[in-house]
Design a protein around this ligand. Sequence first.
Ligand SMILES: Cc1cc2nc3c(=O)[nH]c(=O)nc-3n(C[C@H](O)[C@H](O)[C@H](O)COP(=O)(O)O)c2cc1C
Ligand SMILES: *[C@@H]1O[C@H](CO)[C@@H](O)[C@H](O)[C@H]1NC(C)=O
Ligand SMILES: *[C@@H]1O[C@H](CO)[C@@H](O)[C@H](O)[C@H]1NC(C)=O
Ligand SMILES: *[C@@H]1O[C@H](CO)[C@@H](O)[C@H](O)[C@H]1NC(C)=O
Ligand SMILES: *[C@@H]1O[C@H](CO)[C@@H](O)[C@H](O)[C@H]1NC(C)=O
Ligand SMILES: *[C@@H]1O[C@H](CO)[C@@H](O)[C@H](O)[C@H]1NC(C)=O
Ligand SMILES: *[C@@H]1O[C@H](CO)[C@@H](O)[C@H](O)[C@H]1NC(C)=O
Length: 398
Amino acid sequence: MRSTLLFSGLAATALAAEPFLNEPDTGLESYLQQSNNWTEGTLPPLKDIRGLNDFDFAARQKLTTENYFYYRTGSAGEWSYRNNLDIWQKVKFRPRFLRDTTKVNETLGISILGYNFTSPVFISPAPRAQYCDERGELNYVEASAAEDTLYVAAMYAKKTIEEIAAAKSNNTINGPQVIFQQIYTNANLSVTWDNIARAERTGAKAIVWTIDAPADAVRHRAARFDTTNANSATSALTWDIYDQMRNRTSLPIIPKGIASVEDAQEAIRRGVKAIYISNHGGRQLDHSPSPLEIAYEIYRNAPEVFTQVEVMADSGVRYGSDVLKLMALGVKAVGLGRPFLYSNCYGKDGVQKAIQIMKKEIALDAQQAGIADLKKISPAMINARELEDTVYIGEKAT
Ligand SMILES: Cc1cc2nc3c(=O)[nH]c(=O)nc-3n(C[C@H](O)[C@H](O)[C@H](O)COP(=O)(O)O)c2cc1C
Ligand SMILES: *[C@@H]1O[C@H](CO)[C@@H](O)[C@H](O)[C@H]1NC(C)=O
Ligand SMILES: *[C@@H]1O[C@H](CO)[C@@H](O)[C@H](O)[C@H]1NC(C)=O
Ligand SMILES: *[C@@H]1O[C@H](CO)[C@@H](O)[C@H](O)[C@H]1NC(C)=O
Ligand SMILES: *[C@@H]1O[C@H](CO)[C@@H](O)[C@H](O)[C@H]1NC(C)=O
Ligand SMILES: *[C@@H]1O[C@H](CO)[C@@H](O)[C@H](O)[C@H]1NC(C)=O
Ligand SMILES: *[C@@H]1O[C@H](CO)[C@@H](O)[C@H](O)[C@H]1NC(C)=O
């Protein structure tokens, strides 16, 4: 007993040194309790959601443990999951003042593959949206149309490719709504060709090909309920499949899950127009790097990548300032997975609020940092010195 107490005392001290917080405490729960208008186990009013992490708390009130664990799980010890959330602390801003930043909102828009969106934020592919709301992914389609945001639909979405396409708006900044379709390649490639054909028929504008799932992932949290992987069929994933796919579709193919400078360069040699940096939200290989570390590795070894192709990124993004740090390195569009799944517990309004929160935070933090024009954001806006000790530097690095 004594040694147990001693042990837990030491453990507490060790934890106190560097506590991991799934959501830093910004007072949501104390606020709700003093409001006398909230019962544990029910959704807080949407108006009381102030930041994306509040949606995680809210989703825990509504979802069963099993469904929440499916969304929340990382792989193995969830070190990558935690690193994705923690790493932002290592990169500081270098705020510049006495610059007129009042027009920054007008510079928030981006274009990807020639399509325009009103902010750099997009909805990453993550299926089973029906756990939070029975309208499932339809809420994503509608909220992204309302906010002129890119939606990357997941192949294993509850709603079919056709149902998602039928819900598209005809009246967005691009005219008809632009959706990209995520796919996994199947061991039986004719299934893959069918999926690509369906995406083409229903008007998807790009194929986002997930390359970071060459095997089932080790996911202890989700395994407790046997809900580990969406793509349980494993198949040989090779660049040859990319070449075959290239022959089968005229849609741009965006490899999702690029995690090294070499794979970014190989993708460029193969002729891609965009790459998608990600560690799948820490759900595949534990100890795979966060998007900030990957973007920095590319920036340090081959900065030209960011001008040769359009770079998308996701994993662990929760604040406008996270988006700005990636953009400073040259990333163009930044996705979020779990926050949108959680926000869908409030249906379309929740998803839309999540997008609005990000737009607002990006604009306000850009102003705070002295970034007048997001199209001209540069690496000089950040101090990434703390990443220098860990970044991979290849032979050809300068
Ligand atoms: C519940 C869940 C399911 C996911 N399923 C897929 C998928 O089917 N295909 C895919 O490419 N990525 C999938 N992802 C990864 C997301 O596209 C994205 O990379 C990740 O969620 C980003 O990290 P974040 O959740 O920290 O924002 C999934 C993520 C979650 C949380
Ligand atoms: C209490 O919560 C309900 C439902 O969430 C909401 O409609 C109402 O406005 C809230 N009342 C106050 C005083 O905040
Ligand atoms: C968009 O236009 C198509 C073709 O005219 C139509 O079938 C579809 O219902 C429209 N979608 C919406 C959401 O109005
Ligand atoms: C995107 O915006 C640019 C610049 O405003 C414009 O020239 C282009 O036509 C737009 N593209 C689409 C698809 O609307
Ligand atoms: C592969 O999938 C197609 C359907 O797209 C099916 O007709 C065929 O039988 C499958 N082949 C094998 C070996 O399972
Ligand atoms: C792609 O198509 C070309 C022309 O038909 C062919 O020569 C080539 O072998 C094909 N490549 C793959 C990987 O299928
Ligand atoms: C930019 O837009 C946000 C709302 O999205 C608003 O809160 C902010 O005040 C705007 N900034 C400026 C400078 O207009």
